[in-house]
Design a protein around this ligand. Structure first.
Ligand code: IMP
Length: 435
């Protein structure tokens, strides 16, 4: 009953959606364990493009059980919109989608607080404005509203009132806040629609484990956005790395046997915060357009740069990665020379030892030291076999794997489901479970 966690190694947007989609053909259950509608997982199947924010990508595979874990924060409007879109594509969710009653709700109060904060901050975080940080904040303050509270009307009103007061005293303009009575009333139709899906997901997970199912835990965002292990304060407010699976889903840590890291062949970042290998804008602009690097949730242009091997190795260590998936290799086609940062130096040129200096906290002081590799001219788009990749592309991947200290399991060569090279099948969930 192996469990695979699929984790972003960078600042999110690594292309995890497509990889979860491919791997969900091999598993019985896919679960989200953190984050909320700040995520945007894009999956292209045939002529259809699906962008999922809250539902696990496994929902696109009939017969796969899907779980929204207790570690998530759920925006009910967003969830219902997604469910409607999925149902309109004739994808059935009955009996195979389960939502933890312990997951917290994101209310309009959370979004109002976040908007006010981002607008008035001298150093904004550049959040997705989906109310994520404030929702985790009220969770930690023990005043949050949980999915299960929707079915306890005797407590609901008092909880909504205290969230209203919190929002008003936290700086949200009072005239933008819905009245507690109005907000509580607006929750009732949601509660009815969601009732069939709400279940203690600990039981769902335990059942899957005891039936010998393969499980896939779908990370959102990436390790460098982790509240503890990321580039704080320019992070999201959840545990995006492998540790989050245990608390966000009530999964026994010993059952997680595979940690599959997903990295782009280069780096991107949205929002504010340090990014040592970032391209200058003249180089970035055509690259971004070619690579279609615009946010799936907010449409924001992503900052682009070379692969940062120092941070990749860090992500490999934090997550105990057992396999690596490299995405968007095809974007590098036709580039004469490629660079990978293998160490950092200070502005004065002194080398920085990541074991001596907390580089995550001082990333804005770190200058990348690059290793250069030759590029390739042949297209890799759509390649499906290692031997179809140009020699220089294979050499690049080999170097990425060496720097990360992790073997490569798959390489993605385009946005479609079938544009994938399986390098080492044994590092992935067992094929025996293919449905
Ligand atoms: P929040 O998660 O909306 O609070 O945003 C905090 C930081 O995480 C911002 O820099 C966002 O741009 C970033 N972020 C949140 N979700 C994602 C994602 O799914 N992909 C990439 N960046 C994200």
């Amino acid at each position: 009953m192996p469990v695979s966690a699929l984790i972003g190694c960078q600042w999110g947007d690594e292309g995890k959606g497509k990889i979860v989609d491919i791997l969900s053909a091999r598993v019985g259950l896919v679960a989200r364990y953190q984050g909320g509608a700040n995520a945007g997982h894009t999956v292209v199947i045939g002529e259809e493009t699906y962008i999922l924010h809250l539902l696990p990508v496994g929902i696109l595979r009939p017969g796969v059980t899907c779980v929204l874990g207790n570690g998530m924060v759920i925006d009910l409007d967003s969830l219902e919109e997604e469910l409607e879109a999925i149902h309109s594509c004739r994808i059935d969710t009955a009996g195979r989608l389960f939502i933890s009653p312990r997951a917290h709700l994101v209310l309009s109060y959370h979004k109002a607080v976040e908007k006010q904060r981002e607008l008035s901050a001298s150093k904004p975080i550049g959040t997705t404005l989906r109310g994520i940080g404030p929702a985790y904040e009220t969770k930690a303050a023990r005043i949050g509203l949980r999915v299960g509270d929707l079915y306890r009307p005797q407590d609901l009103m008092a909880r909504v009132e205290s969230l209203h007061d919190w929002a008003a005293t936290t700086g949200a303009p009072r005239d933008e806040l819905a009245s507690p009575r109005g907000l509580a009333a607006s929750l009732a139709p949601h509660a009815e629609k969601l009732r069939p899906f709400v279940r203690d997901v600990r039981i769902t997970v335990q059942e899957a484990l005891s039936h010998g199912s393969e499980l896939l835990l779908e990370g959102a965002q990436g390790t460098l956005l982790d509240l503890d292990h990321g580039t704080y304060p320019f992070v999201t407010s959840s545990s995006t790395s492998v540790g989050g699976t245990v608390s966000g889903l009530a999964i026994p840590p010993t059952s997680v046997t595979r940690a599959i890291g997903v990295t782009k062949a280069y780096t991107t970042r949205v929002g504010e915060g340090p990014f040592p290998t970032q391209f200058d804008e003249a180089f970035a602009e055509p690259f971004r357009t070619r690579a279609a690097e615009f946010g799936a949730t907010t449409g924001r242009p992503r900052r682009c740069g070379w692969l940062d091997g120092v941070l990749l190795r860090y992500a490999a260590e934090v997550n105990g990665l057992t396999a690596l998936v490299v995405t968007k290799l095809d974007v590098l086609d036709g580039m004469e020379t490629l660079k990978i940062a293998t160490s950092y130096a200070s502005a004065s040129g002194d080398s920085i030892d990541p074991n001596e200096v907390d580089v995550l906290a001082e990333l804005d002081q770190c200058r990348p030291v690059y290793e250069e590799l030759p590029g390739w001219t042949e297209p890799t788009t759509g390649a499906t076999r290692v031997e179809d990749l140009p020699a220089n592309a294979r050499a690049y991947l080999k170097r990425v794997s060496e720097i990360a200290g992790v073997p490569i399991a798959m390489v993605s060569t385009g946005h479609r489901r079938d544009q994938i090279v399986v390098v080492n099948d044994e590092l992935l969930p067992a094929r025996a479970a293919v449905r």
